[in-house]
Design a binder for this molecule. Structure first.
Ligand code: PEP
Ligand code: MG
Length: 580
């Protein structure tokens, strides 16, 4: 009998195959005391385990095929770097000495302390860094307890054609398994922004996470259909289901081949209106993908990643070198650099160790608020961006502005920097455009005021929705209220777009909503002409834009603005979204 199970589809695509189960490697860690005279030996045992963990990871790193996406090697590099970090290498040794406890227990205590810092973080991406800590710690723990061999670290090709089922998977496991030929995976735990989910998307492996109790219903060698797009697993499918999904698989193949053909094509609606379709980027190495998918530029470069996993913030020269390199890669394509958006919760970054963690970090000292309070963070970055602007088309984007006083302060600092550069005969683009993220409702409502002193605006829907709906964007319990189609959100977007139009300045959107294809036509109808999306979503958004006619969408969007709730909005837009 066929059973259907539902989880969270995090990487699309359909896979049909036999199941290979990876047993959980959960370890029971117990505390025991170490006599004073054996403390140094215990510390040596710990140090040796760390060294072995490094050797194992380097071996995995060397297994990654050269053709694999650079991000994947980067995950392993992150873990290798963590194995060099004193919080994981020296701190447990100190605890062994101080508490006279065993190495496993000291490592567990240190892991718990680190994870609690990550748990407090406001940023979903950063919170997933806790997975990295767990991964590295588990590896050392396994070595300490002599469980050096992972069940799936077995000969190559063992997993060819299989769909892997596991309690949870680490990014490194995912890389190894892809190397061994798996076609898809499903896990009982995990969320859409975990590194494993990001990797699955990047590797193009269909994947479902959060399928609770999957191990209870699915057994080794069962034949299953995994639909990563819809988050469905069919166990022991009947003939009709198999035929249906094989047909879908074929259609998907045709769809992706067709998408690839859009790469060099312009982004333009059926009625001939050109649309600017740019990409959102986090790490300098992501810039190659911008070129690969044929983005028209970078609409959002999140620079906070330059501050992570290090003891001190980057200085002006490091910023300058980074931006100059990126501008070179982009080779004439526009680059929008967002200034630092760290929050009060992210105290560990860039060597900043100031003050207690705020109880409402999302409403605290983050982004431009923090930058204005700490000019030593802000000025070097701004100076570097302004200097780099001489090498190519750059725009500066300020996050989280909420009033004109903040904007005035930013303008003042920029004017001072430009005067300094003029005095020192350092060249820069004298017309360097300055823009604001519109992501606080106050800024959206007063977008006309901001528009009058700026060169462009960019709508950050991730925060705009968070602040409009009064929901913490990383709190699972209120996630159900995260609603891009709420009429309040649509009206704020509309107000911002209208303000840009009136002031004759461009308005982009760089929040996740811009890359969600079910909203593309609504956004076009509302008047959005600049999208900045995750590179993986870019071609699909382009396909929808190129198959849309603006005139009818404008009428539908006006109706949507008068809807009473998001269900009515979806109903209004349903007819438009039927066209492919
Ligand atoms: C946003 O808030 O929509 C945005 C793009 O910025 P971030 O997700 O980095 O806060
Ligand atoms: Mg934001």
């Amino acid at each position: 009998m066929t059973i259907a199970l539902h989880g969270l589809g995090v990487s699309r695509g359909i896979a049909i195959g036999g199941v290979y189960i990876i047993e959980s490697d959960q370890l029971d860690i117990h505390e025991y005391s170490i006599p004073k005279e054996s403390i140094e030996t215990e510390i040596q045992r710990f140090d040796k385990a760390v060294t072995s963990a490094r050797q194992q990871l380097r071996a995995i790193r060397n297994h990654i095929p050269v053709t694999t996406d650079a991000d994947i090697a980067a995950f392993i590099d992150t873990h290798l770097l963590m194995l060099e970090d004193s919080s994981l290498t020296h701190e447990p040794a100190r605890l062994i000495r101080e508490l006279s406890c065993n190495a496993e227990w000291a490592l567990k205590l240190q892991r718990d302390a680190l994870v609690s810092v990550f748990d407090e973080m406001d940023d979903a991406y950063l919170r997933t860094r806790k997975d990295d800590v767990d991964y590295v710690v588990n590896r050392i723990q396994r070595i300490l307890s002599n469980q050096t061999s992972l069940h799936h670290e077995e000969p190559d090709n063992l997993l060819t054609g299989y769909i892997v089922l596991a309690n949870d998977l680490t990014p490194a496991d995912t890389v190894l398994m892809q190397h061994k030929g798996i076609t898809a995976f499903v896990t009982e735990y995990g969320g859409p922004t975990s590194h494993t989910a990001i990797l699955a998307r990047s590797l193009g492996i269909p994947a479902i996470v959060g399928l609770q109790h999957a191990l209870q219903y699915i057994h080794e060698e069962d034949l299953i259909i995994l639909d990563g797009t819809r988050g469905i697993v069919l166990v022991d499918p009947d003939k009709q289901s198999l035929a249906h999904y094989r047909k879908l698989q074929n259609e998907e193949k045709i769809h992706y081949t067709a998408l690839g053909r859009l790469k060099g094509k312009p982004t333009v609606t059926l009625d001939g209106i050109p649309i600017e379709l740019q990409a959102n980027i986090e790490l300098p190495r992501d810039f190659d993908t911008v070129i690969e998918v044929g983005a028209a530029g970078v609409g959002l470069y999140r620079t906070e990643f330059l501050y992570m996993n290090r003891d001190s913030p980057p200085d002006e020269e490091e910023h300058y070198q980074t931006y100059t390199r990126v501008i070179e890669i982009l080779n004439g394509l526009p680059l929008t650099i967002r200034t630092l958006d760290l929050g009060a919760d992210k105290q560990v970054d860039g060597g900043r160790q100031t003050g207690p963690i705020a109880s409402n970090p999302a409403l605290g000292l983050r982004a431009v608020r923090l930058c204005l309070k700490e000019p030593s963070l802000f000025r070097p970055q701004l100076r570097a961006i302004i200097r780099a602007s001489v090498h190519g088309p750059v725009r500066v984007l300020i996050p989280m502005l909420s009033n004109t006083h903040e904007l005035g302060q930013v303008l003042q600092i920029i004017a001072e920097i430009k005067a300094e550069l003029d005095n020192q005969d350092i060249p820069y683009d004298h017309h360097l455009p300055l823009g604001a993220m519109i992501e606080v409702p106050a800024a959206a409502v007063c977008a006309d005021i901001f528009a009058s002193s700026l060169d462009f605006l960019s709508i950050g829907t991730n925060d705009l929705i968070q602040y409009t709906m009064a929901i913490d964007r990383v709190n699972d319990e209120v996630n159900y209220l995260y609603d891009p189609l709420h009429p309040a959100v649509l009206r704020l977007i509309h107000i911002t777009l209208q303000a840009g139009k009136k002031a004759n300045i461009p308005v982009a959107m760089c929040g996740e909503m811009a890359g969600e294809t079910q909203h593309t036509r609504l956004l076009l109808g509302l008047g959005l002409r600049e999208f900045s999306v995750h590179p993986a979503a870019l071609l699909e958004v382009k396909q929808i834009i190129n198959n849309s006619e603006l005139a009818p969408l404008t009428i539908l969007a006006q109706k949507a603005l008068n809807a009473r709730n998001s269900i009515e909005v979806a109903e209004i837009m349903a007819t438009a979204n039927i066209q492919s």
